[in-house]
Unconditional design. Structure first.
Length: 145
């Protein structure tokens, strides 16, 4: 191989622009005994990469397999039912307790209604008496004419 071509490939290799095929050419070149004396310093690098690429690990790795427990949807539906029942029961059985001011206002309203009813009854009695007077006046006017 031409020395200029190998030097260009080395320059590209150190810049990080070589392809895998170019790197294989460099490994093959440095694996031979025909390496130029000016490039002998790089032969240990590429020989080490060739050796490390051929190494394999003897350690076996085992990934523990964990079984997923099936998710029981019926637990979720029971929990949702309990929440709904508690919500409805809380709403139904909650006391509508009135504050003291509201209780006083309701008592005053009740007294006002009773007073208005009494006044209305008395007014009706008085109005019925006036109707008698009115009929008397009409009858008197008929005779006096």
């Amino acid at each position: 191989m031409e020395l200029n071509n190998i030097e260009q490939l080395l320059e590209s290799y150190f810049e990080g622009t070589t392809s895998l095929a170019d790197e294989q050419i460099l490994r093959n070149y440095f694996a031979t005994d025909l390496v130029d004396d000016s490039l002998k310093q790089y032969s240990s690098l590429f020989n080490a990469m060739t050796v490390s690429a051929s190494e394999t690990s003897t350690t076996t790795f085992t990934v523990p397999v964990t079984e997923k427990k099936p998710f029981n949807k019926w637990w979720l539906s029971i929990a949702a039912s309990i929440v709904i029942v508690l919500g409805v029961a809380g709403f139904v059985f909650s006391e509508n307790s009135l504050t003291q001011e509201e209780q006083k206002a309701l008592a005053a309203l009740k007294q006002s209604k009773e007073a208005m009813l009494l006044l209305s009854n008395n007014l009706q009695k008085g109005t019925s008496q006036l109707q008698l007077v009115e009929t008397f006046s009409k009858t008197k006017n008929k005779f006096l004419k």
